[in-house]
Design a protein around this ligand. Structure first.
Ligand code: MOS
Length: 732
């Protein structure tokens, strides 16, 4: 199905099932431990062996030799596969760094070998006996030091934009801000580590893994292994979080495949937690300069945003300036990205790549600017709202309700109770409120599905879509139920298997809208097949209560299916609407914090997100996405930072003891409100994504609340105690 024109009324609009708070259909499997994650697949008849990876001890250079004699003699060892044994492998299309193979070391903890043994413990013990010699080379590890060497990245990344005359407008503006902000390297820190099991059958391989994007993964696996994609069967039905860290093929699968081939048995490989941050990818650190000029009445006349980030050779920038092209009006504008070469682990997508760190900076700048203007920060944002793309005024937003989100949020949060900076005290706590706009583009991806109707009237959906904890199973079941006129209990959903039609996958908050639209398209085909088999005129046919109705004829679905059943299969594809209209999602984040007047400890007291993201397919799963994202934003504001060893080139705090994500005790009352809206430009579902929107702006709202509490402006994340303590009032 080609989606070319804005959606008109369709069966989804009945909203008998879609839009309802349906509990997760996979919830029971998960809460009872019966949902099997990658490492947990276990067939008692298969002789599994266990692989343990060994990571490079240098960040850049060459392996000169690997002595595995002692490891080979260790108890239980079945085999060892080293990077030198396999030699240079063809790199997949989506990874920047080589995952495995050859003597060249590009980053710390790049895998140099996998040791395979009868048990996990034996493999781990033997791995410690491997002796690897290297010739290290000098690398570049410090973004600040490399700023001057940073270059404009590849034109495909759209690194620059300019409208009007920014410099002239900025230099003559009545009120100006020119400030630098920094965001650190961050780790996805998902619960389930990267893990794979590979089992060969002749020249075909089945891999159970944990992947957000089945087809991307499968294509790159085939390239890396030098085999035919059709001979790779991938299974990833349950995923314990990804946040972008599982978009691409990772080394665990490559190691499992080589190891299984070497020992002639199925092999399980998980990345040990302390290897994940340096072996895989992370959100790259940024240095951002923001300049804003405005008239005294608050109208922005000049807005400029530059961002520096680093990556390995061949990598790309963190696109932190992108939202600044679209969020606020202003006649004179410029954005620019600069990319430094760094020999740190590969930087890549992490939840809301670009906007998440970009808004961490921009939304503090907006707060600072409103203070300079003596305006309320909500009023300042409203004054500079735009209903068209400010760089291309002939392109309207398909739907934009930033103002509605900010106004409703202000009312619900009690924004009128906000005081001047550093004036509200409760005992030892300095109390403050902060706000930030949320913004994230609404991407769409082609997405296919197959829908079967069987003789018992059961509807089964098959698609290679994934559920990374987001609720894909449930919203897909709701979509099929609505389309076929049955209850969710009559729908079975099968996901995460490469034998199913290629879907959007889970990423870029495009999964929910794109994948359900693919299911919609397949259901349209199935409805047509049913109508045609019954000789019904498909124009007036109704699917409801488990029956098909046309004129005065009524047939039960089970009967219509017959013994052989019926199938509909299709892929949703997208036309020009994403070009003619700017499709984005909007929100307002509100936060109240207390900062301890003596220690500078920040405690979040209340959080509210108001989101405008098209039709909400399921308020339970959507809310869960947003509160998870708000929690991630709290980590980004207050604690999360991969500390870079700029001498030796690695992330020092590479485990969950040293990389501090929020725990339950850090997160107070959270509230989420969805604006009641639909966006017919987005898809037949009229929905958009919320999973990344929920994160965008949160950390800045917290930073702004800390400023309101203390009068201390911190522009460098995370906002830890040491950045506040020197400026706190003297309470001795
Ligand atoms: Mo997302 S960073 O595209 O999983």
């Amino acid at each position: 199905m080609q989606f070319e024109k804005p959606a008109t009324t369709n069966p989804i609009d009945q909203l008998k099932v879609v839009g309802k708070p349906v509990q997760r259909i996979d919830g029971e499997l998960k809460t009872t431990g019966r949902a099997r994650y990658a490492y947990e697949w276990h067939d008692p008849n298969l002789p599994y062996a266990y692989g343990y990876p060994v990571g490079s001890a240098i960040a850049k250079g060459q392996i000169t030799s690997i002595d595995s004699a002692a490891a080979k003699k260790a108890p239980g060892v079945l085999g060892i596969v080293t990077a030198l044994d396999v030699g240079n492998l063809q790199k997949g299309k989506l990874n920047t760094a080589n995952l495995f193979g050859g003597s060249v070391i590009q980053h710390y903890h790049q895998v140099v070998a996998v040791v395979v043994a009868e048990t996990f413990e034996q493999a781990r013990a033997a791995a410690a006996l491997l002796k690897v010699d290297y010739v290290p080379e000098k690398g570049a590890f410090d973004l600040r030091a490399e700023m001057a060497n940073a270059k404009t990245p590849d034109p495909s990344t759209e690194p620059e934009s300019s409208v009007g005359d920014f410099e002239a407008a900025f230099s003559t503006a009545a009120v100006t801000l020119d400030a630098e902000y920094t965001t650190p390297d961050q780790s996805h820190a998902m619960m389930e580590p990267h893990a794979s099991i590979a089992a060969w059958d002749g020249d075909e391989v089945t891999v159970w893994t944990s992947s957000q994007m089945i087809d991307w993964w499968r294509s790159d696996f085939a390239i890396t292994l030098g085999m035919d994609k059709e001979k790779v069967h991938l299974m990833s039905p349950f995923i314990g979080g990804g946040f972008g860290g599982k978009l691409f093929l990772r080394v665990d699968a490559v190691l499992a495949a080589f190891a299984a081939n070497a020992v002639g048995r199925p092999v399980k490989v998980a990345l040990p937690r302390p290897m994940i941050s340096n072996n895989t990818t992370h959100r790259p650190a940024t240095i951002q300069r923001i300049r804003i000029g405005a008239e005294r009445d608050g109208k922005i006349t000049a807005i400029g945003h530059e961002s520096w980030s680093g990556d390995l050779p061949g990598g790309g920038p963190e696109t932190a300036v992108m939202q600044t092209r679209l969020l606020y009006a202003g006649e004179n504008r410029m954005t620019a990205m600069k990319l430094a070469t760094l020999d740190l682990p590969e930087g890549n997508a992490m939840r809301a790549p670009g906007e998440a760190p970009g808004l961490m900076a921009l939304e503090i700048a907006i707060d600072e600017m409103s203070e300079k203007l003596g305006m309320d920060p909500i009023e300042f944002r409203i004054k500079n709202d735009t209903l068209v793309d400010p760089e291309n005024p002939e392109r309207p937003f398909s739907h934009r309700d930033l103002i509605g989100c900010l106004k409703l949020g202000a009312e619900k949060f009690g924004w009128d109770q906000r005081k001047n900076p550093a004036t509200r005290r409760e005992g030892n706590w300095m109390i403050g409120m902060g706000v930030a706009a949320a913004f994230r583009n609404n991407l769409v991806m082609p997405s296919g599905a197959r829908v079967k109707l069987d003789k018992d009237g059961i509807v089964t959906v098959e698609t290679d879509m994934t559920d990374i904890g987001t609720g894909s199973y449930t919203i897909i079941a709701q979509t099929a139920a609505e389309m076929m006129g049955v209850g969710v209990d009559r729908v079975a959903v099968q996901l995460g298997d490469s034998r199913f039609p290629v879907s959007a996958g889970s990423g870029g908050q495009f999964g929910a809208n794109s994948a359900t639209s693919g299911v919609y398209a397949a259901c349209v085909k199935l409805r047509e097949a049913i109508a045609s088999k019954l000789g019904f005129n498909s124009a007036d046919v109704l699917f409801e209560d488990g029956e098909v109705k046309s004129g005065n004829r009524v047939v039960r679905l089970a009967e219509a299916a017959g013994v052989d059943g019926l199938v509909g299969e299709d892929t949703i594809e997208w036309g020009e609407l994403t070009k003619t209209h700017q499709q984005s999602t909007f929100g307002g984040h509100f936060v109240e914090v207390g900062v301890d007047v003596a220690t500078g400890e920040t405690r979040i007291r209340r959080m509210l997100a108001v989101c405008a993201a098209g039709r909400i397919l399921n308020p339970i799963t959507a809310r869960s996405q947003v509160i998870g994202a708000m929690t991630m934003g709290a980590g980004g504001a207050l604690s999360e930072e991969l500390a870079v060893d700029t001498r030796h080139g690695f992330f020092v705090n590479h485990d969950l003891a040293g990389y501090e994500v929020p725990v339950h005790a850090d997160i107070p009352h959270q509230e989420v409100i969805f604006m009641d809206e639909t966006d017919p430009y987005s898809s037949p579902m009229k929905a958009k994504g919320v999973g990344e929107l929920g994160l965008c702006g949160v950390s800045a709202a917290i930073a702004n609340a800390i400023y309101n509490a203390t009068g201390i402006r911190v522009r460098h994340y995370p906002i830890t105690l040491d950045k506040l303590i020197d400026e706190l009032p003297n309470v001795a």
